[in-house]
Ligand binder design. Structure first.
Ligand code: NAD
Ligand code: UDP
Length: 317
């Protein structure tokens, strides 16, 4: 394919830094924008001498312009419950003003646009597994609402820019994704369990541990995102691994992969924590020919060296 100039927001984050690597490997030029609020510039350190990568430290809630681009990937946002609880108003702003600012860039330069939406749009779902046609069950004033409602507003805005201005938009609803560069201290279950297990500390299960999630390895997710960005599909598309685990099962997978003898302790379940989550991926299968390949056990094995290095560098969970 022809080489493009791509604006990628959230480039210093977990998913953004991997997507940057993938796009550079395809020969594109990437302008990575990030305000480093939850990201880590170490995720981009290996690109210091890459002439096709340009980093701009910028809050996307402020107006900005990086010049003509062919495509915009908008990934900037706090993403873990711990981060968006800490950064509530900032999360609402990035999912509203930040989304509008980046859509304006796509509109101005006639660029394609993909927004990183989330399974959290379904809230605590009453339909299982979650199909894209389900409108969700979100508490609009609960502790997770700063994230969920900002992402739902983003979906409405992205869709409006397609409907009213004919911007070539794409919406991916990402389900729980993990892998190397998942921030060690952002409180997500995979990073917490891996670090706790490697340190020999108890694994903290919130609530009874019977709530479920479906975990997608980062390379599978990126394959789905890139396929969607090059498709004609403007409706939301779920990308995630449909194999569902309880948090007790997840803890046992982590113990098996790390060989740890850590015990398990139970801690209070956060308010509005979704009871179960699993993507219906029929739309992605039919429209994109996509499905995940990496099982949880294999993905955790592939992430082990990264989490061990976090522990060696003093990370705690
Ligand atoms: P992350 O926290 O590692 O990365 C997010 C990046 O956005 C960080 O580098 C952060 O500094 C940057 N950022 C935040 N606010 C910004 C702002 N105002 N201006 C510029 N940069 C800003 O999280 P991630 O897991 O890589 O998530 C990336 C995107 O994918 C997010 O939009 C998230 O909502 C979405 N998502 C992720 C998952 C997942 O499981 N990882 C699931 C659903 C959706
Ligand atoms: N969780 C847990 N122990 C932890 C961190 C999280 O049991 O140390 C649970 C959490 O309550 C939720 C699930 O794991 O039910 C996934 O949490 P995470 O923060 O990774 O993602 P999300 O809730 O956004 O799906």
């Amino acid at each position: 394919m022809t080489q493009q100039t791509i604006l990628l927001t959230g480039a210093a984050g977990f998913l953004g830094s991997h997507l940057t690597d993938l796009l550079l490997a395809e020969g594109h030029t990437v302008i990575g924008v990030d305000n480093l609020s939850t990201g880590n510039s170490a995720n981009l350190a290996h690109l210091a001498n890459e002439p096709r990568f340009h980093f701009v430290e910028q809050d996307i809630c402020q107006p900005f312009d990086v010049g003509a681009v062919d495509y915009v990937f908008n990934l900037a946002s706090p993403a873990s419950p711990v981060d968006y609880d800490r950064l509530g108003p900032e999360t609402l702003l990035v999912g509203s003003t930040g989304t509008v600012n980046t859509l304006e860039i796509a509109k101005k330069y006639n660029a394609g646009y993909l927004h990183a939406s989330t399974s959290e749009c379904y809230g605590d779902p009453e339909v299982h597994p979650q199909v894209e046609t389900y409108w969700g069950n979100v508490n609009p004033i609960g502790p997770r609402s700063v994230y969920d409602e900002a992402k739902r507003f983003s979906e409405a805005t992205v869709t409006a820019y397609h409907r009213y201005y004919n911007v070539n938009t794409h919406l991916v609803r990402i389900f729980n994704t993990y892998g190397p560069r998942l921030q060690a201290n952002d409180g997500r279950v995979i990073s917490n369990f891996m670090i706790q297990a490697l340190q020999g500390n108890p694994l903290t299960i919130y609530g009874d541990g019977l709530q479920t999630r479906s975990f997608c390895y980062v390379s599978d997710l990126l394959d789905g995102i890139v396929r969607l960005s090059r498709s004609d599909e403007h409706r939301p598309v779920n990308i995630g691994n449909p194999v569902e685990f309880t948090m007790i099962e997840c803890a046992n997978e982590v113990l098996a992969v790390t060989g740890s003898k850590s015990s398990i302790v139970h801690k209070p379940l956060p308010q509005d924590d979704p009871a179960r989550r699993r993507p219906d991926i029929t739309r992605a299968q039919n429209l994109l020919g996509w499905e995940p390949k990496i099982k949880l056990r294999q993905g955790l094995e592939q992430s082990l060296a990264y989490f061990q290095s976090c522990v060696n560098n003093g990370a705690t969970a």
